[in-house]
Design a binder for this molecule. Structure first.
Ligand SMILES: [Zn+2]
Length: 404
């Protein structure tokens, strides 16, 4: 495109427009600036200089001078909560709620904030009643999600289940942990003295129904847990055949969890005087899907049923194909226990097993744990719900050593 000289006429016009716009902005800013108290700028200055404590004090000052500014109160309140200063957060939100002129929408907002303060402060009763009051407001959904967390931490499974159902009536949102809520119910029914088998059946039926509506790939752990509880229920009802079916279903359907049921499988076979068959089954399982937990059970049982030599042969082979310090540790532990009476008859004559084991054991203590995938919390026993972050099914059925 060629340059046309008459276009130059636009230059002064654009210039004038820019000048006017700038003047307008500056005037507007000056007008607003005059209405803001000095503390506001002091606060900003502290923020820019990365002195958050002094910035907060300055903003608190602004809030006192100008109690009408609800936004500032909300901002301060959530800032206090994020910093863990719960008393101050609660005070800010309560003072907002005490104002009689607060519009309804902002009142609900303040109620929601206050309930969150109580939750973070661990005042569950007050948090619970705060969230319950928000049922018919625009905060109904987040309030319901918080209520589920509260009921869960109180182990109030019936109400947790009810709340999940209400939530799912409002939005299409998967809540896979509902299966675990039913499992928790079944577990406490089974733990009661005497066991409440009817309640356990009912809870497990509900768990299976919930499982059937979910994607199979994402509910492996829940599936295993339900099967394990069904097996325990069958044992209580003196139906060992049914117990065996459920235990073996875990080994075939979700083999990575076999270590969790291996002991029960052996106990079931032993009760039927078929311990050799039980051992054989576990050996085949190990060949298909090796894991440390399975190794431990097998190694010990081989020793009991067949003696030291076969259990050593198994361990040597297993360690050769899956080198593992933990496995070696178990092996040495068993060997030491065995050779205490007859020191010269160990399989490695002359080796200082005690020294070797203490060297290895130091390292393996660290590795002999399950770990939460979400928060890293480590535990000696397996958990369906992490005691660190309360997430469900974040533990893999494998020891740390196998995960590295
Ligand atoms: Zn965790």
């Amino acid at each position: 495109m060629d340059f046309e000289p008459w276009w130059l006429i636009f230059v002064p016009v654009l210039f004038a427009l820019g000048w006017l716009a700038a003047r307008f902005d500056v005037r507007q800013m000056l007008r607003e600036t005059r209405s803001l108290p000095d503390s506001y700028f002091r606060g900003l200055n502290f923020l820019l200089n990365e002195e958050p404590d002094r910035a907060i004090d300055a903003f608190v000052e602004v809030a006192k001078l100008d109690p009408e500014t609800t936004e500032l109160h909300f901002a301060l309140g959530s800032l206090f909560r994020r910093r863990g200063e719960m008393e101050r957060a609660i005070r800010v939100h309560q003072s907002l709620l005490n104002r009689s002129d607060l519009p309804a929408a902002e009142r609900e907002h303040a109620q929601h904030e206050l309930a969150q303060d109580f939750l973070k402060a661990g005042m569950l009763d007050r948090a619970e009643s705060g969230f319950e009051q928000l049922k018919d407001t625009r905060y109904a959904l987040p309030a319901l999600r918080s209520l589920i967390r509260i009921y869960e931490s109180e182990h109030d499974w019936p109400r947790a289940i009810e709340a999940v159902k209400t939530l799912q009536g409002l939005v299409d949102e998967p809540v896979p942990q509902i299966v675990h809520y039913y499992c928790e119910q079944a577990q406490s029914a089974l733990a009661a003295k005497p066991a409440d088998v009817d309640a356990a059946h009912k809870a497990l039926d509900a768990a299976d129904h919930a499982l059937s509506t979910m994607d199979a790939g994402s509910t492996k752990g829940a599936h295993v847990r339900t099967a394990m509880l069904r097996a325990r229920l069958a044992l209580i009802e003196q139906d060992p055949k049914r117990e065996r079916l459920y235990l073996e279903s875990v080994m075939t359907d979700v083999p990575e969890y076999a270590g969790l049921v291996a002991e029960q499988v052996l106990a079931n076979y032993r009760a039927a005087n078929q311990e050799a068959a039980g051992l054989d089954l576990l050996q085949k399982q190990y060949a298909r899907h090796a894991s440390l937990d399975l190794f431990n059970v097998l190694f010990r049982e081989l020793r009991v049923q067949q003696g030291a030599a076969p259990s050593w042969a198994f361990a040597r082979n297993a360690l050769r194909s899956h080198p593992s310090l933990l496995g070696l540790d178990r092996l040495l532990e068993a060997e030491l226990a065995n050779s205490e009476g007859n020191a010269d008859q160990g399989p490695v004559p002359g080796a200082d097993l005690t020294l070797l084991r203490s060297l290895i054991h130091k390292h393996t203590q660290r590795l002999d744990r399950y770990a939460c995938r979400s928060c890293g919390f480590q535990a000696r026993r397996f958990y369906w719900q992490c005691p660190g972050c309360n997430a469900w099914e974040t533990y893999a059925p494998r020891r740390l050593e196998e995960l590295e």
